[in-house]
Write a protein that binds this ligand. Structure first.
Ligand code: MSP
Length: 523
């Protein structure tokens, strides 16, 4: 079994396009695993504790739980709308998670991995961490990215991170697959080179932060939000869970785990803290997860932020482009690992040109012609020629290229390959001109073959795009009248000839009606 997780989203504000990208990516890779015939479990959720949630709740005069639960509902509603189908939901206020975090803290304490110390320094409220001189900018100041910074002196609990840094460096060096893409692994190695070998402050005094998980051995403190949040990956996978906890069996789930995260949370949380936490509680090298680090969606090269007022709302986009339209754009216009610029012009362009024109038209005219010329009934017949052969070869190559791309976590490339087949099939229509063939009785066998090839291509495409556009795939499969067995064909069983002679296609209906939005969205 494979476990795929995403980062759990902070519940201190509404979800934006970056959150949506990560969830859709995880959902697409999960659906792909199933299509490839492999067992998979998809875990996602929300990070509900921490100072920002406490502050926002205070501003509204409500309890942090009330605030956080309200924001959580917004995330759940959006994932529903975007067809993000997870198997497990992690919410850090869940008692099963709290029990697991406290058990881990207690174990580290019992093992002598934690110590208490007083520390005076500058603390960033936004990032919820102490800063060092290295965090100062060229002017010697703490830049705006740190938000409000205050000087504090307080006692806290520290985790002996430094004891494990050498182990981690060795692990990253000897496990090339630990981080994908490779340049991010290098970034982690560089960070480990520079590491000041400091320990990790894992507590916050309750006088400053109440909204967190209490340390079981010192109740004046709650634990640092990252220590709490990272643990979700194992607590909700059933790590040391009670038998009646209604969680998966950990041993079945953990051996092949991929954490999908954004580039901002590789160093230090996922690249340093998390493997070290696992190592310290006894996970072996073979039990270390893999990190799939994606890039960021920016707006005209700039970071999205509430203060810049350039936050893109995925909910509105889904209203305009449909869940599938948005999912397609998010998967097609970024290459996994790299950054991309969100632009309204590009999403419209992708929708109209790739979905409405290339794919939608191919599907619609294929089904229309089959209905008009053959009453919807397919006949693969004996006719063959070079053009038909070429279409079959492109279809076969597409299956191979698609498989390689998806196995490499590169949905944008997989889609690019599928579109080569779509473009080839559209050209095939121009080359064979079925509308002319239909006029000549003597071309009847050729027309049968042409229609068969076209229908077979769109049936194959419906299977290949299903992980990215589940609704459009199902809609097209309804129009094609695929049987339940045909719809659930595994990738490895796909071969030319999915549809037999005599198969009858249904009524065509446009999949992606063209959008006329340029004037409303430009500028
Ligand atoms: N709560 C932490 C993660 C804890 S995981 C144990 C967190 N939350 S977040 O809400 O700020 O971010 C959630 C995810 O969204 C992160 O992986 C982050 O990288 C990703 N993104 C946030 N903004 C993004 C973009 N603009 N583009 C793409 N993904 C981005 O960090």
């Amino acid at each position: 079994m494979k476990l795929i997780t995403t980062a759990i989203d902070y519940t201190n504000g509404a979800p934006h396009i970056g959150h949506a990208y990560e969830k859709v990516l995880a959902d697409v890779l999960t659906r792909y695993e199933r299509f490839a015939g492999r067992e998979v479990y998809f875990l996602t959720g929300v990070d509900q504790h921490g100072q920002k949630v406490q502050q926002n709740a205070e501003k509204e005069g409500v309890h942090p739980a009330t605030y956080s639960n309200r924001v959580t509902k917004g995330f759940i509603k959006l994932w529903d709308k975007l067809d993000v189908k997870y198997d497990g939901w992690a919410s850090t206020t869940d008692q099963r998670h709290i029990t697991c975090v406290q058990a881990i803290l207690q174990k580290l304490y019992d093992d002598g991995q934690l110590y208490k110390e007083s520390h005076k320094g500058f603390y960033s409220i936004r990032q919820e961490q102490f800063l060092t001189d290295r965090d100062r900018n060229d002017e010697g100041e703490f830049g705006p990215e740190w938000g409000e910074v205050e000087e504090v002196e307080e006692e806290n609990w520290y985790f002996k991170l430094s004891d494990h840094i050498e182990w981690l460096r060795n692990h990253v060096e000897t496990h090339p697959d630990f981080v994908f893409p490779q340049f991010r692994r290098q970034e982690l190695l560089n960070a480990l080179e520079r590491s000041d070998k400091g320990d990790l402050c894992i507590s916050r005094p309750k006088s400053r932060l109440r909204w967190g998980i209490e340390l079981p051995f010192d109740t004046d403190f709650v634990t640092y939000v990252w220590f709490d949040a990272l643990t979700n990956y194992i607590s909700f996978a059933g790590y040391q869970a009670a038998e009646n906890a209604d969680l998966p069996v950990f041993e079945k789930l953990w051996s092949n785990t991929t954490h999908i995260i954004g580039k901002d949370i590789l160093v230090p949380p996922h690249g340093i803290y998390w493997p070290i936490m696992l190592h310290a509680i006894g996970f072996s090298d073979d039990d270390m997860p893999r990190l799939l680090v994606h890039g960021w969606w920016n707006i005209r090269g700039e970071k999205m932020s509430k203060s810049l007022g350039n936050v893109v709302d995925p909910d509105q986009l889904a209203d305009t482009f449909g869940a599938d339209g948005l999912r397609y754009y998010l998967m097609r216009d970024i290459s996994t690992g790299g950054d991309s610029d969100f632009s309204p012009e590009r999403i419209i362009m992708r929708f109209n040109s790739d979905l409405a024109n290339d794919f939608g038209n191919l599907a619609n005219r294929t089904l229309n012609m089959t209905k008009r010329y053959r009453g919807g009934v397919l006949n693969c017949g004996d006719y063959d020629d070079e053009l038909c052969l070429d279409v079959r070869q492109v279809a076969e190559q597409t299956r191979k290229d698609y498989t390689d791309a998806m196995n490499g976590d590169l949905p944008h490339l997989a889609l690019e390959h599928v579109w080569k087949l779509i473009v080839r099939a559209n050209k095939f229509v121009e080359q064979t001109a079925p509308f002319t063939l239909a006029k000549e009785e003597s071309e009847s066998a050729k027309l049968d073959a042409v229609l068969y090839h076209l229908v077979e291509v769109i049936a194959e495409v419906s299977l290949l795009i299903a992980p990215v556009m589940p609704q459009a795939a199902a809609n097209l499969q309804d129009q094609l009248r695929l049987t339940p067995e045909q719809r659930t064909t595994l990738l490895s069983d796909m071969a030319w000839g999915l549809l037999p002679t005599g198969h009858e296609t249904g009524k065509p209906k446009p999949l992606f009606p063209r959008l006329q939005l340029e004037e409303e969205t430009e500028g």
